[in-house]
Design a protein around this ligand. Sequence first.
Ligand code: DAH
Length: 369
Amino acid sequence: MNDGTGLEQASQMVAAATAEITAAATPAALEDVRVKYLGRRGRLTLAMRELGVLDPETRRQAGATLNAAKEAITAALAEAAERLGRAALEQRLAAERADVTLPVDYGGGGRIHPISQTIDEIVAIFGEMGFVVAEGPHIEEDFYNFTALNIPPEHPARQEHDTFYLPERPDGTRRLLRTHTSPVQIRTMLAQQPPIRIIVPGRTFRADHDATHSPMFHQVEGLVIDRSTHMGHLKGCLIEFCRTFFAVDDLPVRFRPSYFPFTEPSAEVDIGCSRAAGRLEIGAGGDWLEILGSGMVHPKVLQNCGIDPTQYQGFAFGMGIERVAMLKYGTPDLRTFYESDLRWLRYYGFLPLDIPSLVRGPLVGVGAA
Ligand code: DAH
């Protein structure tokens, strides 16, 4: 503070700092300049500390001068930081530019499993109709898997499910591996208010094993609940799904009366096919193939979930994913899905970038005999 107000010293400092800031080529160099002038032991910081020994009038003037210098240096630092940031970004953009016209390298031949591909396609189709994906646990309580679905203890439907049970708990109850995706209907209705429109792809388990049954398999469940949902909605929705999934615009779809404890009325859905010359072909042909179960949600099921059946109604459906995958892609034996045979996967699997879309459309609807 040799000139009393520090004016000259301050303007020199600003000039020197500005030159150094302009010369700084990296954020680290810039930080060095900041520390040199504004750090705890920086030149400007030390000059400000000296103000205390001055008389009040000189201190006021010198203080104002040094504050202005500090502001000037701070502003120059901020501007330089922005300049360096922009330059770094431009450099990165130039360095990381991807040529999207280059041919794709599939990197060693990984494939999407047909089950995953089929789930993706089903979700894409229902997603387009406004359904959202819901999930539930594989280990389930009896209540969600059976009782709330209007399958009380001693109901004969329980026998048909070949259930895997977990060891009994001290209170005598047993949890189980869910035998279908329907418990997620219950969980969803208990957790949220209508309108509901969900699709539930997931694993299911039954003690059954042969060429067409596996102890672990996949289902997809659908549930729609609203004030005026009716059988016409169920039919329109499922006909549209079948025709889009199998890519056959005029695919015959038949609703055959059936029974499920959780729906009333219930219908099984068949699609048209031909079995001429021992070869199964999806489409018109005079023959039928069952592909899913459906129905209007039973009023008792709505009540079990606290939904007033005089105000709301809805429909539900359930479908075996392996079954429709086998039909669509011509996989003859269900067990091969789980053998992890790479040669099989290379043949039946899908390329990683083969993203399902309604525009591209699925492959031809020809299945195995
Ligand atoms: N849960 C049934 C099963 O595993 C399938 C099913 C049928 C689900 C009709 C439904 C339905 O939601 O309405 O066999």
